[in-house]
Design a protein around this ligand. Structure first.
Ligand SMILES: O=P(O)(O)OC[C@@]1(O)O[C@H](CO)[C@@H](O)[C@@H]1O
Length: 399
């Protein structure tokens, strides 16, 4: 990353730290949940046992010789990490590789009858079918009579706070959903964000999605509103090419969410109609780029993705993991300007994120001091705080 003073990359090897707990506790818990959710055969159970052993007390092992994405993972640094304990690699790298190996263990990549069976689907479906989703969709009817600006703000905040609905997060943060959200945002550049989406019926919005279910639904509602109101002419929704971080959205999850909206009736169904016809005529497209599951920051994105972001009027990046990848998974001093960490990004970019890991940039000194005084360090990881940050320039910023 150009001209940034060095903030150390986050590793998972500090006992007591949040990243360490994810590797040592969350990943084994996820293996247990997936194992319980499916009637897997002996081969899959053996592979899950082996993954559990490897990720807790073993070392990073190579991909099978016939893995379809072996070369890609080599390009992403696999050879350099092979043989090292999972805890000593960059945390982002170890986590991403864990999900890749979990899919191997359950037969996702095939060949065989389990090819393409999403091990997280039951959890994602349960959330989409939950009564809370009905309530959230019914509440949409109440927005109809609001002035456009207020409706837009409500939908933006719906998409933002939808990011609390993260299934991996809930496995290790008991009661996270029930805890009160902080009323204020730790950073709020929403004026800049709206200025990048004028209602002139031009431009392309890219939304880099995070979780399926109760995050993806409000993301889709926001997109529908922006398309219908002419704040963008086109939208591109980036999802994951394979199941990842438990609840991350894939194309199948987009289909489930759209069908859920369509059958909900009321304003939700009206939004579904907008989205459905925008998909049909190409104003809304879904992309599943391989780099969306890469264990690397966006600063290392390939040229085709760079060109896509460069051509967008605005890219909105959702969620905690995407934030880590956007600014770099580093121990930034919290007052490091957001725009300094995104200077490499090829177009205007905004982040909508609830805080669920240690990385943070762009706080004022007063905000940081107040957070530390009020909540020790838990504000960073508890999901009770959120931010809207924007960098409108898409250019390298002079210091
Ligand atoms: O990206 P999301 O869904 O908002 O959050 C992902 C997350 O739950 O997973 C990572 C730890 O495994 C952290 O980045 C964060 O806690």
């Amino acid at each position: 990353m150009p001209d940034t003073p060095f903030a150390p990359v986050i590793l998972g090897n500090e006992p007591g730290s949040f990243p360490h707990s994810v590797l040592a506790e969350r990943h084994p818990a996820i293996i247990g949940q997936v194992r319980d959710a499916f009637p897997y055969g002996p081969g899959q159970h053996r592979a899950l046992d082996e993954l559990l052993r490897s990720c807790t007390e073993g070392t990073i092992e190579p991909l099978p010789a016939d893995a379809p994405d072996r070369d890609r993972w080599h390009g992403w640094g696999l050879a350099g990490h092979t043989g090292r304990p999972w805890f000593d690699a960059p945390w982002l790298w170890s986590e991403s590789y864990f999900y890749r190996r979990l899919l191997d263990a359950v037969g996702w990549f095939g060949p065989g009858p389990w090819q393409g069976v999403d091990p997280f689907r039951p959890f994602k479906r349960a959330e989409l079918d939950a009564p809370e989703t009905d309530e959230e969709l019914a509440a949409l009817d109440g927005l109809r009579d609001l002035p456009e600006q207020e409706r837009a703000k409500a939908l933006l905040h719906g998409s933002l706070w939808g990011n609390r609905a993260d299934l991996g997060f809930r496995l290790s943060a008991a009661g996270a959903e029930a805890r009160e959200a902080s009323p204020g945002l730790v950073a709020d550049d929403s004026d800049v964000l709206w200025s990048l989406l004028p209602p002139d019926e031009t431009g392309t919005l890219v939304l880099v999605a995070d979780n399926a279910g109760r995050e993806l639904v409000p993301d889709l509602l926001l997109i529908a509103h922006l398309l219908a109101g002419g704040r963008t002419a086109r939208a591109v929704l980036h999802v994951k090419p394979y199941p990842y971080y438990v609840s991350d959205a894939t194309t199948a999850d987009v289909v489930d969410a759209l069908r859920r909206l369509r059958t909900a009736g009321g304003a939700a169904a009206e939004h579904a109609r907008v989205l459905w016809s925008a998909m049909a005529d190409g104003r809304l497209a879904v992309r599943a780029h391989p780099f969306s599951c890469a264990p690397l920051p966006y600063a290392d994105m390939p040229d085709d993705l760079r060109a896509e972001f460069a051509a967008a009027t605005l890219t909105i990046v959702k969620g905690d993991l995407n934030y880590r990848r956007l600014v770099g998974d580093r121990r930034w001093p919290p007052t490091t300007p957001f725009r300094r960490t995104t200077a490499y990004f090829p177009g205007p970019v905004a982040a909508l994120r609830t805080l669920k890991s240690d990385v943070i940039t762009g706080l004022s000194a007063a905000t940081e001091a107040a957070l530390v005084a009020a909540g020790e360090q838990s504000w960073r990881t508890s999901g009770t705080h959120a931010l809207i940050q924007a960098d409108p320039s898409g250019q390298v910023h002079p210091e």
